[in-house]
Write a protein that binds this ligand. Structure first.
Ligand SMILES: Nc1nc2c(c(=O)[nH]1)N(C=O)[C@@H](CNc1ccc(C(=O)N[C@@H](CCC(=O)O)C(=O)O)cc1)CN2
Ligand SMILES: Nc1nc2c(ncn2[C@@H]2O[C@H](COP(=O)(O)OP(=O)(O)OP(=O)(O)O)[C@@H](O)[C@H]2O)c(=O)[nH]1
Ligand SMILES: [Mg+2]
Length: 439
């Protein structure tokens, strides 16, 4: 699908729908400058202009009516985003103007671009690898600082560099294994055979370990507040978001339905979910809320388990879902302590004591101890490929030399899907399907 019509000249509105100060229509392909000559009238013709230049003038309809005054920006093939000739029309940013300018480019021989087709062309021209193309999408969609930082790193090729280092060590291992098979009497030093494999495995483990942080950074995280009635869940949610989002009363059983509130934490978009206090109850509505709370805990990236620090400690009458990541919190730390626990954070929703430490702990629990300056795996596709590569490397490490080569080849194949240029068309389709038209 992605490989048809690639010699067509394509056009799309590159800016967001709606009104804005300025809007851009982008045209790419061998007829882009011809289209620009047909649409634009100024002191110079776009096709007679050097790449990287702006011209100011009028944008004209077929009958000569002036659609808008604006700028045309010309790029020459080989020195543009797509690698093709590109013309960009920068107009006043209304849907009316942009729609007419786009329609005129189609009359002049362009066709509408498919989602992601500009970036697909850049990829097929070898100007971006697949991970960089995903980073372009990440930049377009970035809502927070953590997402932007990772996408920028990805676009710069930092993930490709990380992957290339692993690939180089696997290739060195393969060469050593081959030498041992070909010249068994010579012997291959350990530093050629085992050290590169160990280094590749260590780097891959570390890379796979970034997947969770990468996905949290781009997709955000859900945090469930769980505890007995009156533990202070709603109060803590309000303290974290900074306004009275949830109803608080001294009566246990106040929150029945769950409710959500958004905030940003360590650059990550976080949804806090307040839930019904968990207790055994004869009230059918409250019992439904309790079941729902446990489900929400199961679906959350992180559970905040709250216990009232001013009252005798009482265990939850239900187990938290197995495998859940949990931060334990001793609430109402401003009152005299009925118990203490070094494994719990002391927090007061009333005075705000302990909130900075809690925010810090939440950030660490969500992002882990991955290094911020390095590129992470940011999509499920990338995480899957890296995990498969690791599984093959693990298999290779456990096999005799003559059988290990096959696993190493498979590992290299999986790695190449991360950044590769000659991957299966369905992999490419899966990446570019997520793009919007105009990117
Ligand atoms: N108006 C506009 N702004 C934009 C883009 C665009 O296409 N148009 N971009 C796109 O989404 C991003 C910038 N990315 C770009 C990447 C490469 C080239 C380019 O023409 N590269 C040539 C020439 C480099 C040079 O002159 O030094 C090259 O690499 O050969 C342009 C934009 C963000 N801002
Ligand atoms: N002194 C003090 N009181 C608190 C604190 N947090 C909550 N409370 C009080 O504890 C009571 C229960 O608070 P909520 O936030 O409604 O507790 P909850 O866990 O949401 O309770 P349910 O919705 O019933 O499950 C209210 O009277 C709050 O004012 C705190 O940090 N310090
Ligand atoms: Mg509540």
């Amino acid at each position: 699908m992605t490989r048809t019509g690639l010699s067509d000249t394509i056009a799309a509105i590159a800016t967001a729908p709606g009104s804005a100060g300025v809007g851009i229509v982008r045209v790419s392909g061998h007829r882009a400058l011809e289209v620009a000559d047909g649409l634009f009238r100024g002191k110079r013709r776009p096709s007679k202009t050097r790449g990287g230049r702006f011209l100011f003038g009028d944008l004209l309809a077929a009958d000569g009516e002036r659609l808008d005054e604006g700028l045309v920006l010309v790029f020459r093939g080989g020195r543009s985003y797509t690698g093709e000739d590109v013309a960009e029309f920068q107009t006043h940013g209304s849907p009316a103007v942009l729609g007419r300018v786009l329609a005129r480019t189609l009359e002049l021989g362009a066709r509408l671009a498919r989602p992601g087709e500009f970036t697909l062309r850049a990829y097929l021209a070898g100007r971006l690898d697949l991970a960089q193309a995903e980073a372009v999408l990440g930049l377009v969609e970035a809502q927070t600082e953590a997402a932007r930082r990772q996408a920028t790193l990805g676009l710069s090729g930092a993930l490709g560099t990380r992957v290339a280092r692993i690939g180089a060590n696997l290739t060195r291992t393969l060469a050593a294994l081959q030498a041992m098979l070909d010249y068994p009497e010579e012997g291959v030093p350990e530093e050629d055979r085992e050290l590169p494999l160990a280094a590749a495995r260590r780097d891959l483990l570390e890379l796979v370990g970034t997947a969770r942080a990468g996905q949290v950074a781009t997709r955000g995280a859900r945090l469930a507040l769980i505890g007995r009635p009156n533990a202070g869940k709603s109060s803590l949610l309000n303290a974290l978001v900074g306004f009275e989002r949830s109803i608080v009363t001294p009566l246990p059983g106040t929150t029945r339905d769950y409710l959500e509130a958004g905030l940003e934490l360590s650059g990550v978009p976080v949804t806090l979910v307040d839930t019904a206090g968990i207790r055994e109850t004869g009230d059918a509505i409250e019992a439904a809320g309790v079941r729902q709370a446990l489900n929400l805990a199961g679906g959350a990236d992180l559970v905040l388990a709250l216990e009232d620090g001013s009252a005798p400690r009482e265990a939850l009458p239900a187990e938290l879902p197995p495998g859940a990541r949990v931060i334990r919190i001793r609430t109402k730390a401003d009152l005299s302590a009925a118990w203490t626990d070094p494994g719990a954070l002391d927090v007061s929703a009333v005075t705000g004591a302990g909130l900075p430490e809690l925010r810090e702990a939440m950030g660490t629990a969500l992002l882990g101890d991955v290094s911020r300056g390095e590129a992470w795996l940011t999509t499920e596709r990338q995480a899957d490929a890296a995990r498969r590569a690791l599984a093959h490397v693990d298999a290779a490490s456990a096999l005799p030399d003559d059988l290990a080569s096959y696993e190493l080849e498979e590992a290299l194949g999986a790695l190449s899907e991360l950044t590769g240029r000659d991957v299966q068309e369905d992999v490419i389709d899966a990446v570019f399907r997520n793009f919007c038209v105009g990117k």
